[in-house]
Design a protein around this ligand. Structure first.
Ligand SMILES: C[S@@+](CC[C@H](N)C(=O)[O-])C[C@H]1O[C@@H](n2cnc3c(N)ncnc32)[C@H](O)[C@@H]1O
Length: 268
């Protein structure tokens, strides 16, 4: 099966070429971030947000580097539908007209535009990313469609800046494994959901060696649950028919609010 070399450089073009050569020369293992990426606040002139230290590991899993915006063409590659069956993924989300959704870690908006069509003009999509350049690419694609029901949001590493209690669904496609502050992000997502709202995680299947993506960019069902359950989510549904990815639907676990919780990010 063909492996993916997803170009995620974040340095100069010269350095990137060297990195790319190094990657091409290495045994092919699929998607990876060949260069280190963002671990700092997103805003240029905005007041600096106080960020707790970024984690390198969470509950036994190594956290992947953020995919750099120069890799964005990979997200809209022609073969994506064939390889990932994106239409099928959209169908299983069961999106309804007028819903309020968030495409969190939207990149250049591959799923944002599809979701915007599904919710219709009275629905709303918050498209959140931490890279302004990704949002610029999204805006350019939005302009072509004339859609007005998408609000691009520049989130931070700890806060997607969503309204509280309004979201019917927060969708994370190939994003969660990049969160440098998973507990902060999960707490913020939890707050943004309606009581019936869902968090949907789409992650490349770690359990399946035939999925041609590098291990750091894959997650097992078990690991996802190990991380989400202690953060106040319960698994309510799953869709197992995609060729490469898990689709795991979570809701808020209301029991979680009644428990005494330890403070601070648990790095174990
Ligand atoms: C692999 S891309 C996936 C893009 C999109 N979901 C798709 O499937 O086409 C991951 C995206 O998540 C974004 N990201 C990573 N951490 C984030 C965070 N804490 N909040 C918002 N976006 C984040 C990255 O900037 C990048 O654009």
């Amino acid at each position: 099966m063909r492996m993916h070399l997803c170009p995620f450089p974040r340095l100069s073009l010269g350095i990137c070429s060297v990195l790319l050569l190094a990657v091409l020369a290495a045994p092919s293992q699929g998607q990876d971030a060949p260069a280190k990426v963002i671990r700092k606040g997103p805003a240029k002139k905005e007041p600096e947000e106080k960020l707790p230290p970024a984690l390198t590991h969470y509950k036994g899993r190594e956290i992947a580097q953020t995919m750099h915006y120069t890799g964005a063409p990979w997200l809209v590659r022609e073969s994506r539908e064939r390889e990932e069956e994106c239409t099928q993924l959209l169908k299983c989300l069961n999106v309804k007209k007028d819903q309020v959704l968030c495409d969190l870690g939207c990149g250049n908006g591959f799923y944002t535009l599809e979701l915007a069509e599904k919710v219709g003009p009275k629905g709303k999509i918050y498209a959140v990313d931490i890279q302004p350049e990704m949002l610029q690419l999204l805006r350019a694609r939005l302009k072509d469609t004339g859609r007005e029901n998408v609000t691009p949001v520049l989130g931070s590493l700890i806060d997607p800046k969503l309204p509280e209690g309004e979201l019917d669904m927060v969708l994370l496609v190939d994003v969660y494994h990049e969160f440098s502050h998973p507990e902060h992000m999960l707490a913020a997502i939890r707050k943004s959901l309606k009581p019936t709202g869902r968090l949907v995680l789409v992650e490349f299947r770690e359990e399946d060696p035939k999925v041609p993506i590098k291990p750091l960019h894959k997650m097992s069902k078990l690991q996802v649950q190990k991380e989400l359950v202690p953060n106040g989510f319960k698994l309510v549904e799953q869709y197992d028919e995609l060729p490469w990815q898990h689709v795991l639907f979570f809701q808020r676990d209301e029991e979680f609010d009644k428990q005494d919780k330890p403070r601070g990010e648990d790095k174990k």
